[in-house]
Design a protein. Structure first.
Length: 415
């Protein structure tokens, strides 16, 4: 008999925890406060164990990713231009999310009773986001005068900037020194991943305990709240994927009907596997059917799968905006800008990491940069399986879209 997958175990922990919490809430058991306090404390320890790996993991991923990307870009041609387009499309998708997601939750807010219960019970959300600083101070905050202090204080936006500059500097070293530095940070991220896997072994239990506290405080409303969350994130991811379709239709001048026919098997594969890497052979076939040359599709698609997930920053920023909505926190322009930049940059570094790990690796820096509470993240991880369908659909649309666009670039013929 095949063992259940980690995602199934985590989802089971969520359902069981919410059920136990709702039962405690309904029965009004005398021991409820003690049980909830104990569950919250132990679940919090598990969450802190996961958090402790984020800063070194993200820093190491950014340094190695930036060093290697800079080397690719320095070669020029299709590869260099593709990297620029990847970055611009990630920023475009994330910026659009910053406009659409707040409007969406404003027009269609989360279930009021459940949101109120969360706000009342979560001390982390009481302080909210600090007031927006003057523009000069906000700009200066992106350059850490003390990177070690920035890491200790969780100043993720400035730490990301330092990591990118450090990685860019590493790419300019001679080959022997460059490979030595990259090897060190590659080892750091690998070691952090081992710790993360150890912690995630306990994820079903950790999610159970945290879900129990939410269920006990919100009752049945927690189920409706999670369903609302899944729909909102799904819509944002599909919106990001539509940018990829636009790149194919308008940039690649691909007829919509031909694109739809070519993308049908790709979409089916995306829904069945939830893996853009597994979709690569089908995407190559689809691009061939669209008349894209072997040189272009053979270069851009593998690069896209390795470096470019258009739904990652968009969906992750939407998660942060949704959590801020739940806690009643107004996000200022400076915090939103920090969230956009961190979401776009970190998504480039975390590609290739397992989805359960990527969820924390990409979201925690955004939450830290925007000053948002993170206690709900394990519960949202438990239902990530559902919006992950739209994430994969959007990603493959982005991969094929950019490849179709690249076929019209001036250097596509090898010039």
């Amino acid at each position: 008999m095949k063992a259940p997958s980690p995602a199934t175990l985590i989802l089971t922990g969520l359902v069981a925890g919410l059920g136990a919490g709702v039962a405690l809430h309904s029965l009004e058991a005398p021991a409820e406060p003690e049980v909830v306090a104990a569950a919250e404390a132990v679940g919090g320890v598990w969450l802190d164990a996961l958090r402790m790996t984020i800063v070194p993991l993200v820093f190491a991923l950014l340094v190695t990713g930036m060093a290697r990307a800079a080397q690719t870009a320095s070669r020029g041609g299709l590869a260099g231009r593709a990297l620029v387009v990847f970055a611009l499309m990630l920023l475009a998708a994330t910026s659009l999310t910053a406009l659409v997601a707040p409007a969406l939750v404003s027009v269609w807010p989360a279930p009021a009773e459940a949101a109120m219960a969360l706000r009342a019970s979560a001390a982390a959300g009481e302080a909210g986001i600090p007031e927006t600083p003057p523009l000069s101070e906000w700009l200066q905050a992106f350059i850490p005068t003390n990177p070690v202090q920035a890491a200790a204080e969780g100043a993720m936006a400035s730490l990301v900037v330092f990591a990118l500059l450090f990685g860019l500097a590493v790419s300019r070293l001679d080959e022997r020194r460059r490979e030595a530095v990259v090897l060190v940070f590659d080892g750091v991220q690998a070691a952090m991943m081992v710790i993360v896997r150890w912690v995630l072994v306990l994820a079903p239990a950790g999610v159970f305990l945290l879900a129990l506290t939410v269920g006990a405080r919100t009752g049945v409303g927690a189920v409706g709240l999670l369903g609302h969350y899944v729909v909102v994130i799904t819509l944002i991811c599909l919106m990001a994927g539509a940018l990829g379709i636009g790149a194919a239709v308008f940039g690649g001048r691909t007829p919509p009907r031909a694109l739809a026919e070519a993308m049908t098997p790709v979409g089916a594969m995306a829904l069945s596997t939830q893996s853009s890497l597994a979709c690569l052979p089908v995407m190559l076939s689809a691009c061939e059917r669209l008349g894209i040359s072997e040189r272009v599709r053979g270069l851009i698609l593998p690069m896209g799968v390795a470096l470019f997930r258009i739904t990652s920053p968009a969906g992750n920023l939407a998660v942060a905006i949704y959590v801020a909505h739940l806690y009643g926190v107004a996000i200022g322009p400076a915090e939103m800008m920090a969230g956009i930049l961190v979401a776009a940059l970190v998504s480039l570094a975390a590609v290739g990491v397992a989805s359960s790990v990527t969820f924390f690796t990409t979201l925690v820096p955004i939450f830290m940069g925007m000053g948002l509470p993170m206690e709900l993240l394990p519960l949202l991880l438990a239902v990530e399986t559902f919006p992950d369908f739209s994430r994969t659909l959007g990603n493959v649309a982005g991969h094929v879209g950019v490849t179709a666009w690249a076929s019209k670039w001036r250097d596509a013929d090898g010039a």
